[in-house]
Design a protein around this ligand. Structure first.
Ligand SMILES: [Zn+2]
Length: 55
């Protein structure tokens, strides 16, 4: 039982850090919202413009 609780807590922590590492970008040209797990900005998948960070 303790092992199951420990695994659940560990999973929650890993999920939390995984969620925190995601970056939200919005396209300044067409307004497309894009979430990426990578820190570097990418180009818009819709129009190809450079993305800027939302937050
Ligand atoms: Zn765009």
């Amino acid at each position: 039982m303790i092992f199951i609780i420990g695994a659940a807590i560990l999973g929650a922590i890993l999920f939390y850090f995984s969620y925190q590492s995601r970056q939200n970008f919005s396209c300044p040209t067409c307004g497309e919202k894009i979430t990426t797990e990578y820190l570097d900005a990418k180009n818009c998948t819709m129009c190809g413009s450079d993305l800027k960070k939302d937050h």
